[in-house]
Ligand binder design. Structure first.
Ligand SMILES: [Zn+2]
Length: 181
């Protein structure tokens, strides 16, 4: 099997527009906005949620039941890069909205790493890029392992983060990131 170690589909130095489908609720869009801000704060990327704009690098986000066969989310890493998400209510028998939002946020935070060219998974438990939710001990954290994967995937990355220490905190809208500086 051929493995391309530095296979960058999108340029992480340039803005990337994240475009959720029209059926996403305000809350789901806000969750995506929040987790995009986590990456921006941590690494200095410029991910933002907006409308479709083909003059920009853009990534579409959709809910698909067939994604549930593979896991919580799946990122198509060839152009056009797109992210498919399994609705958490499909595999979690809970009507606790805050909990389901937390799961959605964790999946979206992880898939954004794949959008940012990370093709591997982190071995460190609890990392944002850990392979599956089973390896997430509750709240994900950006780990040293995540840092290494990000910079390996984007060797010419030149932006600087706005924050040295980013904390990922659970909220009723999934997850939010705060700068500890
Ligand atoms: Zn993954």
């Amino acid at each position: 099997m051929l493995v391309f170690a530095n296979c960058q589909t999108l340029d992480a130095n340039e803005p990337i527009v994240l475009v959720p489908d029209d059926d996403w609720t305000e809350t789901q869009v806000q969750i995506l906005r929040n987790v995009a801000e986590c990456w921006n704060m941590k690494y200095g990327t410029r991910l933002y949620v907006g409308r479709s704009d083909t003059t920009m690098q853009q990534v579409k986000f959709s809910f698909h039941d067939y994604t549930c066969l593979f896991g919580g989310g799946r990122t198509e890493t060839n152009l056009p890069v797109r992210v498919s998400i399994c609705r958490p209510s499909w595999y979690i028998p809970s009507d606790n909205a805050a909990y389901l939002n937390g799961v959605l946020a964790t999946v979206l935070l992880h898939e954004l790493g794949h959008v940012l060219n990370i093709r591997k998974h982190a071995s460190e438990r609890g990392s944002v890029m850990a392979a599956s939710a089973d390896e997430q001990d509750g709240q994900p954290e950006f780990s040293k392992n995540d840092d290494r994967l990000f910079f390996e995937a984007n060797p010419d990355f030149r932006l600087t983060p706005s924050c040295q220490q980013v904390d990922v905190i659970g909220s009723s809208d999934g997850l939010e990131c705060y700068c500890r500086d």
